[in-house]
Ligand binder design. Structure first.
Ligand code: 5AD
Ligand code: SF4
Length: 393
């Protein structure tokens, strides 16, 4: 049977973290099931969606400039000429030859209202919690020639995860929780993705089983801080890992991201014992200075972080990676040397190193961004250089 959407193409461009990668995949799956095709190049698509990141200002600037460059492609930039024609004709023009441009994800939650006002050619703006509504919103935009903004923050609907489409054959990411309630002082995630919300163990297991039935053997469990997982029945992250591990057909499991403040020896013991869980830990330390860690509201000291890494190396013996921020407000050379010291001591397999970027609505934004840009750049370059040597050693 001919689907009314056959011939329609959607291009979803993804910015930022693995959570966004999975969200885009799940969303594309919903479109494919509605008869759309996927386009790699925005020029070939009828619907262009930017699934965005708000963690650093730089990422937002990039998306703003891409959005600006789409102005000439949008259904709404042709509105004035279209309005001269009769209604049916103008609707056909929009449906046939103009693109729908959407800003979705974290940046929508962060700056969506302002962009909706300033960029009339952007016809759809949707927050991370409402991504499952997007295919229906697109139909509504086409039919009614309207713009839609939906920034509601609520529990995601399970249906969002139902499509079977996977980008990489044999591999699936499975979201265990959305949002975050840790409020690290620099981080915009709790404000754009909302408070921590857990998917039910039975829904997570059902999704893993669906993957297995599709021949998928490798699973990554995703949460902003996976260790925060604890449902009302007391099922915690280690229990959940065990449940996934027990499933026949699952051969390799890993997870992103554990937070040092509540990473436990139980987790390490399970990793050591398991034949399926990958012996890799991504353990962001952000800073090595106790003063900066306090200002970041991270909930551990340098000594505690290093002790945790020692436990990991002793119990699991696997590899380790991390995230670091340089140039957080008030960071002195001495603070920075503590950060460098951890990098030297732990010898990470890889490290994502960022320059601090003040974010709206965060606690840290109230502090003066007083480390000069050139100092941030120097510290950033120094750590990159050091990590390069360690990675290549
Ligand atoms: N500035 C710079 N880096 C940040 N990160 C999060 N928020 C900020 C910010 N405001 C980094 C942290 C986090 C990673 C995903 O992004 O290192 O672990
Ligand atoms: Fe942001 Fe901290 Fe939550 Fe990670 S744990 S998402 S850094 S608030």
């Amino acid at each position: 049977m001919q689907n009314s959407n056959s011939g329609k193409k959607v291009c979803i461009r993804t910015f930022g973290c693995q959570m966004n990668v999975r969200d885009s995949e799940a969303l594309l799956g919903l479109f494919l099931e509605k008869g759309y095709k996927s386009a790699d190049n925005p020029k070939d698509a009828d619907v262009i969606l930017l699934n965005t990141c708000a963690v650093r200002a730089h990422a937002e600037h990039r998306v703003r400039s891409i959005l600006g460059s789409y102005k000439k492609l949008s259904a709404f930039s042709r509105q004035s000429s279209a309005s001269k024609k009769n209604k049916a004709e103008s609707r056909k023009l929009r449906a046939d030859s103009c693109k729908i441009i959407g800003l979705i994800g974290c940046m929508a939650a962060n700056s969506g209202k302002e962009i909706f006002e300033r960029m009339p050619h952007v016809n759809l703006i949707v927050s991370p919690a409402k991504l499952h509504k997007i295919p229906a919103y697109i139909e509504k935009i086409k039919k009614e020639n309207i713009r839609i903004i939906d920034l509601e923050d609520k529990e995601r609907e399970e249906d969002f995860y139902n499509a079977s489409y996977r980008v990489k054959p044999g591999y699936a990411q499975v979201v265990i929780s959305t949002g975050c309630s840790n409020y690290c002082s620099y981080c915009v995630v709790p404000s754009v993705r909302g408070e921590l919300r857990l998917r039910k163990p039975k829904d997570i297991i059902a999704e893993v089983k669906r993957n297995v039935s599709l021949g998928i053997k490798k699973i990554t469990l995703l949460g902003q801080n996976v260790n925060d997982y604890r449902d009302k029945q007391g099922v915690n992250f280690v229990d959940l890992l065990k449940m996934v591990e027990e499933l026949d057909g699952v051969e390799e499991i890993d997870f992103l991201t554990p937070h040092p403040k509540n990473t436990t020896k139980e987790l390490f013991k399970l990793m050591a014992k398991s034949k399926k869980i990958r012996k890799y830990l991504h353990l962001p330390y952000q800073s090595g200075s106790d003063k900066i860690l306090r200002l970041m509201h991270r909930g551990y000291t340098k000594k505690e972080y290093l002790a945790l890494v020692d436990d990991y190396k002793t119990i699991v013996g696997g590899t380790i990676g991390t995230d670091i921020i340089v140039g957080f407000p008030t960071e002195t050379e001495e603070d920075f040397l503590h950060t460098k010291d951890i990098l030297e001591k732990v010898r990470f397999m890889g490290a994502y190193i960022f320059k601090y970027s003040p974010r709206p609505g965060t606690h840290a934004q109230k502090l003066k961004d007083d480390v000069p840009q050139r100092v941030k750049e120097k510290r950033h370059a120094e750590l990159l250089e050091l990590q390069k040597k360690i990675s290549n050693a």
